[in-house]
Design a protein around this ligand. Structure first.
Ligand code: FES
Length: 105
């Protein structure tokens, strides 16, 4: 397994980018969700500012480039130019207060 971050590094709701692995993690209601940092519209990174992946209400994931909005829990785009597309989920697990990538090997 590959270490991503400590659970304490995230507020709730909150988001955190892990640049080395090209992914980001979102926490909401005590649950963690991770996606590849790749907008389905143009394939660019979603964030302009480090660790800022949520909209101003912390309700949805937002692409900084053209403002596409994605559901935190399933990555589905609900507004914007890639409506109906989905962020690519990344499997993670929580262990001893840390989040890890689940390696599919
Ligand atoms: S690149 Fe993300 S909405 Fe256009």
């Amino acid at each position: 397994m590959t270490f991503l971050c400590r659970c304490d590094d995230l507020s709730d709701p909150g988001s955190l980018g892990v640049e080395d692995h090209g992914v980001f993690v979102v926490k909401r209601d005590g649950q963690y969700f991770a996606y590849r940092n790749h907008c389905p519209h143009l394939g660019v990174e979603l964030n302009w500012l480090e660790h800022q992946f949520l909209d101003s209400d912390d309700a949805l994931i937002q692409c900084a480039t053209h403002g596409a909005l994605f559901v935190i829990e399933n990555g589905e785009c609900v507004a914007g130019p890639c409506l109906g597309d989905t962020l690519e989920p990344v499997a993670i697990c929580e262990r001893d207060g840390e989040l890890h990538l689940v390696d599919n090997r």
